[in-house]
Design a binder for this molecule. Structure first.
Ligand code: IPD
Ligand code: CA
Ligand code: CA
Length: 268
């Protein structure tokens, strides 16, 4: 049995080791890329990093279930797993392939459907965000807190868009409303880091529909940092909220309600 502190420390070391692999691959420019389902980009490095993390987690935590984007995406939304690791080996694959810096390893751990540990490590930004239930949230071991913004006009909002082009059009009313009422919008290309940016007050809010591996770790970090985390739609029965990836809204507490109203009104 590991304590939460031990799990957190091991998860940080695994994410940082994975980050080194990502840095090395970029330095050597030795990877190939292809499209998987629809228009989604994947590189050799995504798969290699997924394998490395899988090996390490199996070594330290034998028998615990693992949901990961490249090697085991099928466990999504399985509520019947007592202990579940949720892994995105590279969040921000397009950024990685294009030489941009918003790239992260995201590792979350859930127990009985509740997110308990989150680590998001950004190798090109030299930042490791981490949190565990009840233990606070940190960036590079320094405590972090969500912002205090309370007015939409002062809220900088992060979001993202799906790979499928036709699905993007439906998101335009919300985007228009946010551009009209809020300070501005950022589309940085790595959902895990968007959540961490809300956790440390760089962003006032973030909304998007993603997949479990994109958000579980960052969600734990944002919540532990005092951000309000929620959904803009009902969660299907039997699915844990901490694993349900659709219609996410994460915001500084004082602006959450106003953001929720703005986004819901825009999509009607
Ligand atoms: C993507 C990023 C992006 C978000 C997409 C995700 P990937 O993850 O998090 O910011 O807008 O919805 O799919 O494909 O780079 O791991
Ligand atoms: Ca991702
Ligand atoms: Ca990914």
């Amino acid at each position: 049995m590991h304590t939460l502190e031990e799990r957190l420390a091991l998860t940080i070391s695994i994410a940082q080791e994975a980050g080194e692999l990502i840095r090395k691959a970029r330095a050597e420019q030795s990877f190939s890329q292809r499209l998987k389902a629809d228009e989604e980009l994947v590189t050799d490095v995504d798969v290699a990093v997924d394998q490395l993390i899988r090996q390490r987690l199996n070594g330290y935590f034998p028998g615990e279930a693992l949901l990961s984007e490249e090697l085991a995406p099928e466990r999504a939304l399985d509520a019947n797993v007592a202990k579940l690791w949720v892994v995105d080996p590279i969040d921000g694959t397009v950024n990685f392939a294009q030489g941009l810096k918003h790239v992260a390893v995201s590792i979350g751990w859930m127990e009985e459907g509740v997110g308990k540990v989150g680590v998001v490590h950004a190798p090109f930004l030299n930042e490791t965000f981490s949190a565990a239930e009840g233990l606070g949230a940190f960036c590079n071991q320094q405590p972090i807190q969500a912002g205090k913004v309370s007015l939409l006009a002062e809220t900088l909002v992060g979001t993202g868009f799906p790979y499928q082009k036709e699905a993007r059009l439906a998101l335009m009313p919300r985007l228009g409303a946010v551009l009209a009422k809020c300070r501005d919008v950022r589309r940085n290309g790595a959902a895990a880091l968007d959540l961490c940016d809300v956790a440390c007050g760089r962003l006032g809010a973030y909304y998007e529909t993603v997949s479990p591996w994109d958000f579980v770790a960052g969600w734990v970090i944002a919540r532990e940092a005092g951000a309000t985390v929620g959904h803009l739609a009902a969660i299907p029965e039997g699915v844990p909220a901490d694993l349900y990836p659709k219609e996410l809204l994460v915001a500084a507490p004082a602006v959450y309600q106003a953001m929720e109203r703005l986004l819901l009104d825009a999509s009607q």
